[in-house]
Design a binder for this molecule. Sequence first.
Ligand SMILES: Cc1cc2nc3c(=O)[nH]c(=O)nc-3n(C[C@H](O)[C@H](O)[C@H](O)COP(=O)(O)OP(=O)(O)OC[C@H]3O[C@@H](n4cnc5c(N)ncnc54)[C@H](O)[C@@H]3O)c2cc1C
Length: 418
Amino acid sequence: MIVGGGIGGLGAALSLRAAGLECVVVEAAAALRPLGVGINLQPHAVRELTELGLGGVLAGLGVETSFMTFADRHGNVILALPRGRSAGYRWPQYSIHRGELQMALLAAVEARGVPVRTGVRFEGFEQDGDGVTVTLRRGGRVLRERVDVLVGADGVQSAVRARLHDPAGDPLLWGGIRMWRGVARADPILDGATVLVGGSNLAGKFVTYHISASDPRLVNWVAEVKVAEPGAVPEADWSRAGRLDDVAAHFADWKYAPADIPALLAATERILEYPMVDRDPLPRWGEGRVTLLGDAAHPMYPVGSNGGSQAILDARVLARCLAADEDPARALEAYEEERRPATSALVLAHRALPIEETIRLVTERAPDGFHDVADVLTEPELAAMAAAQRRISDADVRALNQRESWSVRPARTDPSEP
Ligand SMILES: Cc1cc2nc3c(=O)[nH]c(=O)nc-3n(C[C@H](O)[C@H](O)[C@H](O)COP(=O)(O)OP(=O)(O)OC[C@H]3O[C@@H](n4cnc5c(N)ncnc54)[C@H](O)[C@@H]3O)c2cc1C
């Protein structure tokens, strides 16, 4: 049983099914609707989704990302990092609408016969050596169901995580940065395929990227501003409405060449607001036949375009481990061993906001802009900035291109089959 029908939960359902394992998804929302704004899928995740049969679907929905470009608040380019195939990967990076991606995953999951039960909220579990008894709530009714394995893919406020780890010792941590997000229509920015990061979130940062293969004017934006000192926050709701005036005030005096920010903000129908939060990495994710996946396991700051991608990698490794070992508890241990150290390191690397300091230096050295970045940053400073960004966003190009597939040949149910 997978709790949560987000990118991670649906990715897990597809992966388990492809490995010949039965599963069911329970989702608290009454219906899955295309929520959210833009998200990026890195080549390491695009490889996995392609091997699950979704390569064509992604190409039809998203924009193949060309560059991740960092600029100062005037739009002068500090650093342009080629992405996806331009960076040598065999698979593209896609900038895509999160809701459309989720709907595409849902359609694929349902087409493969996996039940997705909406309006069903996970509440608790008990386990013994033979299985897990899960408590669910559907409307006013409490259901108790017996399953072999329970996977908490229920996001940053995971109820499964809260049953496994005392919430008092595992708070949502806020670095003081508020994000506003939205989607608007505008003339293509730069080549219409670049993730453009302007400024630094220490003083105000504005990120734009186009997200639709069929509508080249559709652009996603994220504004990040440090508004408070670090502390804990009680909740983080991806769908909370934000106010135009709150965000516009921070960018009113920007002279930003690539895009008219005030016009973009004014053209946005629905602005969303979200605190940039994470949690400390856990010393273990699950126990016995219960584990965590995606944001439930390793919520990270969304500055490396890697949260959704890491959830997909979790999903594929989980399916491979469960298919390879008849003992579910041992399989989940192997899954954690492979995924926990890597994602814990990523959480901390994201939290360090590794490129902000370099952009702050640019602002300090050239407050009115520059013509040539070489006048502002030394080569080692630029190289260090590129390396820092790659550490949070990228996989090793050669290793990804050359490693064997994680696909599992499903166990044959009929021995007479060839
Ligand atoms: C509504 C929404 C909008 C988002 N928008 C963006 C965005 O614009 N850009 C971006 O970069 N990231 C966004 N994210 C986060 C992004 O999807 C994740 O960081 C990443 O894809 C990992 O996904 P996940 O499946 O682990 O978690 P999520 O995508 O958060 O999915 C978790 C799912 O679990 C369900 N759930 C929660 N509690 C329970 C429970 N007790 N019982 C059953 N189901 C439960 C939730 O309803 C949700 O569908 C959004 C997440 C959500 C839920």
